[in-house]
Write a protein that binds this ligand. Sequence first.
Ligand code: KIV
Length: 283
Amino acid sequence: MNPRITLKTLCEAKKNGRPISMITCYDFATAILLEQAGTQSLLVGDTLAQVILGHDTTLPVTMDTMIALTAAVRRGAPNVFLVGDMPFLSYTVSTAEAISNAGRFMAQAGCDAVKVEVDHRHLDVVAALDRAGIPVMAHLGLRPQAIRQTGLCTQGRTAENGLNLIEQAQAMVRAGAQLLLLECVTAEVAGEITRRAEVPVISCGSGPECDGQVLVLHDLLGLPQASGAKFTKAYAQIGKFIEDAAKQYVTDVHERRFPDTEHSYHISAQEHQRLKSLLDSTP
Ligand code: KIV
């Protein structure tokens, strides 16, 4: 069994220059496989709204759905560093609500940290969660929950914007963030943030200089709803495997090849004979 991965493990990895691996995950069976594959961390991302529930954006997913699926992932992967993604409006209405929702990720779903999409206006939330004893991963750069305000575009393309991101990252760490996630930040700016941060910095499309990488499962496996973004890489085409297997099953059913005798339960010949006699004697 893999040893339990903690925040300390990830901080040591950063200190020793050992890259950290993280994958998004949304269910029990996949969690078993991903832990067996040796990933150190799983993120139950709010991308769940898109890749599992089929929505266009991450906005519609609820706390209850996030908690139920995050708890399932923890049951499948008891030793990974598990991060729960706080959904839209679950941490911005009030700090009291933010603490109580983050507390559910920790107490009910077995998380090691929660992730919040933030900019300089959310330092108070990060500080409040930290005071409550909840490790926070501050997600900076492209923030899909702000899609209606900002759209989705690469961050850190100008010197001013790069400086702004570097300052935001430093402010988040001062406020108490114990991990950073940079989404779609230029590799150069992400490198500057990583070198300055005392905490592990995970990249989602932010280049190779961060302390670790996260990839959305559906992108990694080539499943429907994969984003196909430039920074993603499909390590398999599992979608095609699933479709081919299902096609074979459908054909077998239609042509009465499944189930065969091997895949059926049977009564013994003697009991079958007795059953026939009973049926014959029943009016
Ligand atoms: O929700 C998610 O899966 C994420 C990743 C894009 C990092 O936040």
